[in-house]
Design a protein around this ligand. Structure first.
Ligand code: GRF
Length: 209
């Protein structure tokens, strides 16, 4: 239990890439859209993730736990679990974290770990569906509406209880890159902060509104 716990809701954010969802959370806390909340740690599995720059600029404690620094998978996973546990967070937010989490972690944080996925689950999700691939598949299938989903993380891949979703229109001429950007701007960067605010302030997280 940390000494300065107070009543501030502590979140740890796990990242692997550009960190635009992390930035959306940082900005939402700064603007008051997310209340009574502090990011206590950013954890990346890649040392070169731009998300780490964003954390540094925001003065947030950040650690990189890179698989290449460890002899084997077990010691890497132990280090990752330690990095999360040390944060002593109330909520773990996966924001573009691309490593399959060890069951020990998803078990320990069940109900206190959420993920943002760039489609309307159960479409275009599961093993292999991440980043641009999600949008390529949506365009290939010819859906007219896609979007993003925030869900609790369980032991499966994109299978936990859904918290929030937001639909985004697919437009003529969309490329995967254009669609990805629209889904980020119009859905991911909106519902992830909103979901965090709901969890941080004990609002019902799965109501219809
Ligand atoms: C986002 O599209 C997110 O939905 C997916 O990975 C991407 C992460 O982007 N999980 P960023 O690192 O937050 O910019």
């Amino acid at each position: 239990m940390s000494m300065d716990r107070g009543d501030t809701f502590r979140i740890a954010v796990m990242v692997s890439g550009g960190g635009t969802n992390l930035q959306a959370i940082i900005d939402a806390i700064a603007s008051g859209k997310i209340r009574n909340t502090r990011i206590v740690r950013v954890i990346s599995n890649r040392k070169d993730a731009y998300a780490l720059e964003r954390a540094a600029k925001a003065g947030i404690d950040a650690v990189a736990v890179s698989r290449t620094d460890y002899q084997d998978k077990e010691s890497f996973e132990k280090a990752l679990i330690r990095a999360v546990d040390e944060a002593d967070a109330d909520l773990i937010v996966l924001a573009g974290f691309l490593v399959v989490l060890p069951a020990e972690l998803t078990d320990r944080y069940e109900g206190r770990m959420i993920n943002i996925h760039p489609s309307l689950i159960p479409s275009f999700c599961g093993k292999g569906y991440y980043g641009l691939k999600v949008h390529e598949e949506a365009l290939k299938r010819g859906v007219k509406v896609t979007g993003a989903t925030v869900h609790f993380v369980d032991s499966g891949c994109d299978t936990g209880p859904i918290i929030m979703q937001k639909a985004v229109e697919v437009q003529d001429g969309d490329t995967p890159e254009i669609l990805q950007k629209r889904v980020m701007e119009q859905a991911e960067w909106v519902i992830l902060p909103e979901a965090i605010d709901r969890l941080a302030n004990n609002r019902t997280v799965r109501d219809k509104t």
